[in-house]
Design a protein around this ligand. Structure first.
Ligand SMILES: C[S@@+](CC[C@H](N)C(=O)[O-])C[C@H]1O[C@@H](n2cnc3c(N)ncnc32)[C@H](O)[C@@H]1O
Length: 438
């Protein structure tokens, strides 16, 4: 009996040593030591959890998932193994199965805040507020003073339309932490969504006072005051799409019937049947244009602010290079007459003012080249540029036509399209193909 604890201690120490080797990316010695541990304890789930980490660190997702599944087979009643499997599935974008496993882990340990928090992260990553809601309620009940959990619960309630409860939670938390910027930002959003512009304005003013360098707060303050800020701050775009990246393709293409990249790829194939051309894909996101186009006989370059979107795009292996920068800077710094085609699918809705983007795109195109992009359609009787409550911009067709012509394009073809669905209704927009003289 007396040797067992020290044997266990030694085993755990060796597991920790392997974990540290993986963290340092010393993968070969980590694999050797893990194999030794696996031979000594072939049914120990912790060995397989480390096997999963090793597989991920080595860039072998298949092996990682196999190891995570094996950990659960060894200990089906151990919530840690089950939530590790759920997290591994989420990292591989198997979102539905990851949520089901997360639920199983919670069923095994309904009062465990650590498991609940990880499950909530998984549901957030999968953009599934309805799934996260009961988990957040439970977590908030267990830790009512935890500001992050309370804020996330309020956000989820807002997302599923339970605004009053969301507000009450935020009021309670803010009573104890009146200068908490994250809570104030959450309340500002919820107040704005619920039509309380005066309350939202108060929060926005306070936020700008507390964090004067924060561009997003200044953007929101302008928007709430009824002004139209020139563009969405890069950090806001990056924050939105970094968190959206894993669920983007599934959500947008399947859920919201988004088909612009497919249509644009079809047009390119028709115009350049041999695919001998260079393309600059502005705001390339997860690389859907490249997916529909396949490999081309020229350069396909992707530009995007969100590194997480670019990580997804890189998996398809069709882009030659990526630049994680603001497309306005990319265009400004690109030499003249380099590309046959420049695309911007569903991107200018975040850029807003196109006063520099369109003339720069004209300069960067080769003679006879084309700029193809989509916009949400603003009412012709209103302003040229509108910032909608969705925080996306809409452009007036006539203003875009005028800007393209002023920039030098000789033919500006407009096609009216439904861009995607939103709350069950199509978003009206238009696709532009602007041609540079030969
Ligand atoms: C709705 S997604 C569209 C992605 C892709 N073009 C498609 O059609 O699937 C918009 C993308 O534009 C990127 N984006 C928005 N504003 C940007 C900017 N100023 N510079 C670079 N990328 C931007 C976002 O990060 C996001 O990946």
């Amino acid at each position: 009996m007396s040797t067992l604890p020290s044997t266990l201690d030694e085993f755990n120490r060796q597991l920790q040593a392997v974990e540290q080797l993986i963290a340092k990316k010393d993968l070969r010695p980590a694999a050797e030591q893990l194999n030794t541990l696996g031979r000594a304890a072939p049914q120990h789930p912790a060995v397989y959890i480390l096997g999963m980490r090793l597989g991920e660190a080595a860039g072998n997702p298949k092996a990682a998932l196999q190891a995570a599944r094996r950990a659960v087979e060894c200990a089906p009643g151990w919530p840690v193994a089950v939530i590790e499997l759920a997290a591994c599935l989420a990292r591989q974008n198997a979102l539905e199965e990851s949520l089901a496993e997360a639920q199983k882990a919670i069923d095994l340990a309904p009062e465990d805040l650590g498991i609940l928090s990880r499950a909530i992260d998984i549901a957030t990553h999968a953009r599934s507020p309805a799934t996260a809601l009961p988990w957040l309620r439970k977590a908030h009940a267990l830790a009512p003073d935890d500001l992050t959990l309370g804020r996330l619960l309020a956000r989820n309630l807002g997302q599923v339309g339970q605004i009053e409860e969301a507000k009450q939670i935020l009021e309670k938390l803010l009573a104890n932490a009146p200068g908490n910027v994250e809570l104030l930002a959450e309340r500002m959003t919820i107040r704005y969504q619920s039509g309380d512009a005066a309350g939202a304005q108060q929060d926005a003013d306070r936020l700008v006072e507390l964090a004067p360098d924060n561009e997003s707060f200044r953007f929101w303050r302008q928007k709430i005051a009824g002004a139209v800020p020139e563009t969405q701050p890069p950090e806001m775009v990056k924050g939105l799409f970094d968190s959206y990246a894993p669920a983007f393709d599934l959500h947008l293409v399947r859920g919201l019937k988004y088909d612009t990249p497919r249509k644009v790829a079809e047009w390119i194939r028709g115009r350049y049947p041999t695919l001998e051309l260079n393309i600059l894909d502005l705001g390339c996101g997860t690389g859907l244009l490249g997916v529909f186009l396949g490999r081309i006989n020229g350069f396909l370059i992707g530009v995007d602010l969100s590194t997480k979107m670019l990580e997804q795009a890189a998996r398809h292996n069709v882009y030659d290079r990526f630049h994680a920068v603001n497309l306005l800077d990319a265009l400004r710094e690109t030499p003249d007459a380099l590309y046959h085609v420049i695309t911007a699918c569903d991107v200018f809705i975040y850029v807003g003012d196109l006063g520099s983007a369109i003339p720069d795109a004209f300069r960067v195109l080769r003679p006879d080249g084309n700029l193809i992009f989509t916009c949400e359609q603003a009412d012709e009787s209103g302003r040229d540029l509108v910032l909608r409550d969705s925080m996306r911009y809409a452009h007036k067709v006539s203003a875009i036509q005028a800007l393209c012509r002023k920039s030098g394009f000789d033919d500006v073809a407009i096609e009216f399209v439904d861009l995607r669905m939103e709350r069950g209704a199509p978003i009206r927009g238009f696709r532009v193909i602007a041609h540079k003289p030969a």
